[in-house]
Design a protein around this ligand. Structure first.
Ligand SMILES: NC(=O)c1ccc[n+]([C@@H]2O[C@H](COP(=O)([O-])OP(=O)(O)OC[C@H]3O[C@@H](n4cnc5c(N)ncnc54)[C@H](O)[C@@H]3O)[C@@H](O)[C@H]2O)c1
Length: 355
């Protein structure tokens, strides 16, 4: 075994921040992801000393070779297919989110010295959360009840890691945000956010703090623990405030339309986010460094002069997004997130709606 940390999904949102964090901490890092042009380009900007090994984790032989070559002390497993893309690519997603997990665990178990396995899970494992019937916040012990294929994949991945012979830590992440959100302001992502009940509770977290949590989890005294990773209490927000506040920080003041509230009488018609008790995670990983107000200030500072331009075009973007929004022209009073996802992409339910 070497002292290396193997990070899968290393060029994704969480992965790129985690690789940076580990490198800054002086850890030996091997970053792995798909061999595609965008990742080759991103690899050129990695901190010095970070090694890259390309692999498609759906190929068990490639996974075996990767783990044997790196002989890591710890694996941070982030690679996944996530919403909203997961709804379009259900079969591929299952291979990545569950199948690849199995190969990775099997390869790790074959190592003479077994690495610690740190899994990125999600609060999607808890399913739809109507704040009117669930005033309580999520804890590691809240019953699992996935509402969609994503939550179901994460439940399956967690079960695989728990059944393995490795030392493991599971981190269930809330809504991960970055102060550099331009790359994520894609039409699909905005449409997706627009279908979620505006009064649904969500606990956000700065991706740099998520990276700290993963780096710490490779060595912390937390083996066998499931930890909830959200930001501090300033990150306890409602869905409808998140994107407009981020957009406004970038200059797009009033540039996004307002969505619909959730139906207090229907527990299933809510999205799978909520506030969470992060006290144990913070105690053992000490990762919360960026409050929500600080994130907004930093986002505004990074946007620089382009803020003035965006301020001018805000009424236009609002008109465009309003016309393209899922509930545009509808007369229903409440949001129907799963129905809107099914209409735009595919049936999101764990079984895909099969009888
Ligand atoms: N972003 C969030 O808000 C959030 C919330 C909860 C949980 N998570 C979890 O955190 C992890 C990281 O999320 P993210 O936001 O960085 O996602 P992301 O989509 O930005 O990154 C995922 C990475 O996995 C890689 N990948 C996909 N298929 C692969 C394959 N077959 N082989 C190798 N690599 C492959 C992709 O190329 C990508 O770089 C995921 O497991 C996700 O489920 C994220």
């Amino acid at each position: 075994m070497t002292d290396a940390v193997l990070v899968t999904g290393a060029f994704g949102l969480v992965g790129s921040s985690t690789v940076k964090r580990l490198a800054a901490d002086g850890r030996r890092v091997v970053a792995t992801d798909l061999d595609i042009p965008a990742n080759r380009k991103a690899a050129e900007k990695l901190p010095p000393g970070v090694e890259v090994q390309y692999a498609d984790l759906t190929d068990p032989a490639a996974v075996d070779a990767l783990v044997a070559a790196v002989a890591p002390a710890a694996i941070i497993h982030l690679a996944a297919v996530i919403p909203p893309f997961i709804y379009m690519r259900r079969e591929l997603a299952e291979k990545v989110n569950v199948g690849a997990m199995g190969s990775l665990l099997a390869a790790a178990e074959k190592q003479p010295t077994r690495p610690r396995f740190v899994l990125a899970s999600s609060i999607a494992v808890y399913g739809a959360r109507n704040p009117h019937t669930h005033p309580d916040v999520l804890t590691a012990d809240t019953p699992l009840n996935p509402a969609d294929v994503y939550g179901a994949h994460k439940v399956a991945a967690e079960a695989l890691v728990r059944a393995s012979t490795l030392d493991w830590v599971i981190l269930r992440l809330g809504g991960v945000l970055t102060v550099d959100p331009a790359a994520y302001m894609k039409m699909d992502n905005l449409y997706f956010e627009g279908v979620l009940p505006v009064d649904g509770r969500i606990q956000t977290v700065d991706v740099r703090d998520v990276a700290r949590a993963f780096a710490a989890a490779t060595t912390a005294n937390a083996v066998g623990e499931t930890l909830l990773i959200g930001g501090d209490d300033t990150h306890r927000l409602v869905q409808g405030d998140v994107a407009p506040a981020m957009a406004a920080a970038m200059g797009l003041v009033g540039g996004l339309p307002t969505g619909l509230k959730g139906d207090p009488a229907r527990d299933d018609d809510w999205f799978n986010t909520d506030w969470m008790d992060t006290s144990r995670a913070q105690e053992v990983l000490k990762y919360q460094h960026h409050s929500w107000p600080e994130m907004l200030i930093e986002t505004a500072n990074k946007a620089g002069v382009s803020r003035h331009l965006l301020r001018v075009v805000a009424p236009l973007t609002k008109a465009i997004f309003t016309r393209r929004a899922a509930y545009h022209g509808r007369i229903e009073p409440y949001a129907d997130p799963w129905g809107a996802i099914a209409a735009k992409w595919a049936d999101p339910r764990p079984d895909g709606g099969k009888p």
